[in-house]
Design a protein around this ligand. Structure first.
Ligand SMILES: *Cc1c(COP(=O)(O)O)cnc(C)c1O
Length: 419
C-alpha cells in the first residue's frame, strides 16, 4: 500500500460484523479465564494485553500503523516526544556509557541530553550536523552506544545526511536513532536510508490538531544487537523471567525490551482515548503534509523577497544551504516549518510577532493553524548563548509554522505585520 492508503487502512482491521472505526479500549485491565492464562502472558508480553501501563489494544493499532508508515517492524507509543527520546536512549545506554548526538536538535532534547542524562551517568557528546565522516568518527569511543540526530532540525531547519551518519554508526556497531518529527514518514522514511530506530513527537504533524502531547518509537528490526556491544540484549533479563531479547524476539528485540523493561517501570504509556485521537490525526497525515509543503513554499518565497527579512531557512528554497540534501531526503517538500530573521534583531522580531493577527503566538509547531514562536525567549530559553548558536538560533529568529488556512490570508497577515 502507498502512504495515503496506509494512513487509513493500516493498524486496525475490522472483523466480520465488527465496528468500522477503531474502537476505544478505555480500560486499565483485561480479564482472563484462568490464572494460567495470565501467567502465560507474563511469560510472553506479545501474547495479549494485560495492563494499560504498557499495552492497550487501541494504542496497539496506532503503533502498527506508524510502524507500517515508517517501514519498521514494531513501534511503541509514549505520552510525549520527550519520553520517546528518553526511552530510545535508556534502552541502549546505562551509567558509564556515552551517546553521540548532533547539536542542532530540539531545545528540550538538548536539555534532556546535556543536563538530565548526565545525572543518570550517561554522557552525551555533541557534534555539528555538517561534520565530516572523520570528525564524527573521532567522537566515537568504545563506550558510545548510539548516534542521535533529527531529519529536519527544530528550529534551524538543517537537514541531516542520514546515510553518512548511518554508515559511521554501523561501522562502529552501534545504531542510529533519528527524530523524524518534522518530516513525518510522509516526507522522509529514515529507515530506507539506514536509520535503525525512528522516534517522533506525535504532538506535532502526526496529531496535527494540537489536541494532545505524545510520542512514538519505531524499531526497524534491522540492527544486530548480538554484535557484542549490547549485553542487555544477549544476556538473560533477570527482571523478565530470564528473557533473552535477541533470541526470544529476533524480529524486534529493541521494542520488546523497551516495553518489557522501561515502559513497565516508567509507565509513560498513552490511554486508549489518546490512541484514538492520534489515529484520527494520522488518517489525514498524507493529505495534510502535501498542503503544508505547498503553503510552506509559497510563504517562504514571499519572505525570501521581502526587504525586511534578513534571512530565511527553508530547505526547499533553491538558495538554501540544504537544498541539495532536501532534494535527496525530502523530495516531496520540507514541511510547513521555516525560520526567518527579521532585520533589526530581537526587538524588531518581537514587535513583528505582536502585530500578527491570524498567526497565533504559542508554544507549538506543526499545527493545523499557522503559528509563530520566538525560540530565544521560549523553547530554547534555558540554553546558553553558545548552545543557542550551536543549535543554529540567533536572537532575532522567528520560527514560523504555516497552517492549512488559505495561503492568501496567511501571506496578507505576515505582510501587514512586517509593514
Ligand atoms: C516537540 C519536539 C520534541 C518533544 O516532544 P514533546 O511531545 O513536546 O514532548 C522532540 N523532538 C522534536 C523535533 C520536537 O519538535
Amino acid at each position: 500500500m502507498k502512504d495515503e492508503t496506509k494512513c487509513l487502512h493500516s493498524g486496525y482491521k475490522p472483523e466480520n460484523g465488527g465496528p468500522g472505526v477503531m474502537p476505544i479500549y478505555q480500560s486499565t485491565t483485561f480479564r482472563f479465564n484462568s490464572t494460567q492464562e495470565i501467567a502465560a502472558v507474563f511469560d510472553d508480553p506479545t501474547k495479549a494485553h494485560i495492563y494499560s501501563r504498557f499495552t492497550n489494544p487501541t494504542v496497539d493499532c496506532v503503533e502498527k500503523k506508524i510502524a507500517d508508515l515508517e517501514g519498521g517492524v514494531a513501534a511503541m507509543c509514549t505520552t510525549s516526544g520527550q519520553a520517546a527520546s528518553l526511552i530510545s536512549i535508556l534502552n541502549l545506554a546505562s551509567a558509564g556509557d556515552r551517546v553521540l548526538s548532533t547539536s542542532a536538535i530540539y531545545g528540550g532534547t538538548v536539555n534532556l541530553f546535556a543536563v538530565t542524562m548526565k545525572k543518570f551517568g550517561i554522557t552525551v557528546d555533541f557534534i555539528d550536523v555538517d561534520a565530516t565522516e572523520e570528525e564524527i568518527q573521532k567522537m566515537i569511543t568504545p563506550k558510545t552506544k548510539a548516534i542521535f540526530g533529527e531529519t529536519l532540525t527544530n528550529p534551524s531547519l538543517q537537514i541531516l545526511d542520514i546515510e553518512k551518519f548511518a554508515n559511521i554508526a554501523h561501522k562502529n556497531g552501534i545504531p542510529l536513532i533519528i527524530d523524524n518529527t518534522f518530516a513525518t514518514p510522509i516526507l522522509c522514511k529514515p529507515i530506507e536510508f539506514g536509520a535503525d530506530i525512528v522516534i517522533h513527537s506525535t504532538t506535532k504533524y502526526m496529531d496535527g490538531h494540537a489536541l494532545q502531547v505524545g510520542g512514538v518509537i519505531v524499531d526497524s528490526g534491522k540492527f544486530n544487537y548480538a554484535n557484542g556491544n549490547f549485553p542487555d540484549f544477549t544476556e538473560p533479563d533477570e527482571s523478565y523471567h530470564g528473557t533473552i531479547y535477541v533470541k526470544d524476539y529476533p524480529n524486534c528485540p529493541y521494542i520488546i525490551k523497551a516495553r518489557a523493561q522501561l515502559m513497565r517501570d516508567f509507565g509513560c504509556y498513552p490511554s486508549g482515548m489518546s490512541g484514538f485521537l492520534l489515529n484520527l490525526g494520522l488518517e489525514t497525515l498524507a493529505l495534510r503534509m502535501e498542503r503544508y509543503c505547498e503553503n510552506g513554499l509559497k510563504l517562504a518565497k514571499f519572505f525570501e523577497n521581502h526587504p525586511k527579512i534578513e534571512s530565511i531557512n527553508y530547505p526547499n528554497l533553491e538558495n538554501d544551504k540544504y537544498y541539495k540534501l532536501a532534494q535527496k531526503y525530502l523530495p516531496k517538500g520540507t514541511s510547513g516549518v521555516m525560520s526567518i530573521t527579521i532585520k533589526g534583531g530581537k526587538q524588531e522580531a518581537i514587535k513583528f510577532m505582536d502585530k500578527l493577527k491570524l498567526a497565533s503566538k504559542e508554544v507549538h509547531v506543526a499545527d493545523i493553524r499557522t503559528c509563530v514562536l520566538h525560540p530565544a525567549s521560549a523553547t530554547h530559553r534555558q540554553l546558553t548563548d553558545e548552545q543557542l548558536i550551536n543549535c543554529g538560533i540567533n536572537p532575532g529568529m522567528v520560527r514560523v509554522s504555516v497552517g492549512l488556512e488559505n495561503i492568501e490570508d496567511i501571506i496578507k497577515d505576515f505582510e501587514q505585520a512586517l509593514s
